[in-house]
Design a protein around this ligand. Structure first.
Ligand SMILES: [Zn+2]
Length: 232
């Protein structure tokens, strides 16, 4: 009988070195679980996530966009590594208030190149913990409010294309999603990604154990091409 650690090691070899995953990776549909512990592994993962986000010119990135089923996301509205003061980490975020609504264009690093109109609350109050475990609350409006709603949705397995459907943009979604599906399926055929069942199993095991596998950052590198337009 393999230990949990050994099973992670085995499954991680079928997985991929941490990278931004694209639709329809099963982690993106997964309802993430609370972070139980802020430790060194989490800090390393978050550091690497910021790098990946900057490489892709993004302004927000949720944990399940790198295949991790935990409730945290990061934001840097400057989308640049040289503005570390603007780096925000939201751990176990809870949306306390939503006021008004507004339609605005969004994109997503897990659906590179696709943009569409989404209706969001105009202002939100969000509570979360930072990397030092300190609780904080923020009242946000405009772009920051939109970004945290987009990222919070990710943690519930909701993508902005699901919101586009709510606002009568189903035609565009129906046209575009199959293209991403095709790319992802061929990556699986080339063994760049494991099959959905394996990917889902890893995500479920991590969620169940509440832990990020220690070798999550170091498993073999295979990279799909990344986009270069600003997206969140
Ligand atoms: Zn997104």
């Amino acid at each position: 009988m393999l230990s949990l650690e050994d099973r992670y090691a085995f499954i991680s070899t079928l997985y991929i070195r941490m990278q931004i995953v694209h639709y329809p990776h099963p982690a993106l549909k997964f309802k993430s679980v609370d972070v139980q512990q802020i430790d060194g592994t989490l800090r390393k993962v978050i550091r690497r996530m910021f790098e990946l986000m900057y490489e892709a010119n993004g302004i927000g990135l949720a944990a399940n966009q790198v295949g991790l089923p935990f409730r945290f996301f990061l934001v840097n509205l400057a989308a640049r590594a040289d503005n570390p003061d603007e780096e925000l980490v939201f751990i176990n975020p809870v949306m306390k208030k939503r006021r008004g609504n507004e339609i605005g264009e969004e994109g997503c690093l897990s659906l590179p190149g696709l943009y569409g109109d989404v209706r969001r609350a105009e202002e939100v109050t969000i509570e979360a913990y930072d990397l030092s475990g300190q609780g904080f609350a923020m009242d946000l409006s405009e772009l920051p409010a939109r970004v945290v709603q987009h990222e919070s949705d990710h943690l519930d397995g909701v993508m902005f294309t699901d919101r586009m459907r709510e606002d009568n943009e189903s035609d565009l979604v129906d046209l575009e999603l199959p293209k991403f599906e095709e790319i992802f399926r061929s990556a699986q055929q080339e063994n760049l990604f494991a099959a959905d069942a394996e990917l889902l199993k890893l995500v479920q095991q991590m969620a169940q154990s509440g832990k990020i596998p220690p070798n999550f950052l170091e498993t073999p590198v295979h990279k799909l091409s990344a986009p270069n337009a600003p997206e969140d």
